[in-house]
Design a binder for this molecule. Sequence first.
Ligand code: IMP
Length: 203
Amino acid sequence: MTRPLTEKRLVLATHNAGKAREVAALLADHAIEVVTAGSLGLPVPEETETSFIGNATIKALAAARASGMVSLADDSGFSVAALEGAPGVYTADWAEQPDGTRDYAAAMAKVERLARHSPDRKAWFSCALVLAWPDGHVESFLGESHGQWVWPPRGGKGFGYDPMFVPDGEAQSFAEMDPARKHAISHRAAAFRLLSEACLPRR
Ligand code: IMP
């Protein structure tokens, strides 16, 4: 049975301040306060799974066990049908440079170079959200946003692979559209909606 979230505070298993802000804003609507794994000095576990849910589960359980509090983790990425779902869980790795910085123009160019020979342009973003309790119970949710990859990249808003993705039913790429529009239809919004319907108290 789905376990509801009755606590008013949870740990967000991220060391990324941008993500923390975004999720804190979504949870504030449900009167839930967020503390980050980073601010508690919790260790960062290795993401050794081959699925978004698997990696988000590793992060959420590690934070729940280390903090003794309910924890929420996410894992997300970009998948291309012609590449059998790659880069997938390796989405961030494809942008990694030898000096440790991330170059998304280079990562998008790699996707295009590998996928250009296929007429199949289908692509999708995925976002896994996992809630974990200190006793090991987990609730997992997967949101997806389906569409096509386009080349050359379009638009200067957004981040990551946004400029090469046009969602189904839209004329603009994620990087061209108003951020409010992206947030309404994104994989992250879809996953959060599922989590909220299943586990969060109604206001
Ligand atoms: P992680 O979830 O922090 O491991 O990052 C996943 C990777 O997917 C990063 O490289 C992000 O840039 C990329 N990504 C996740 N969501 C989006 C999105 O909404 N737009 C563009 N790129 C994204």
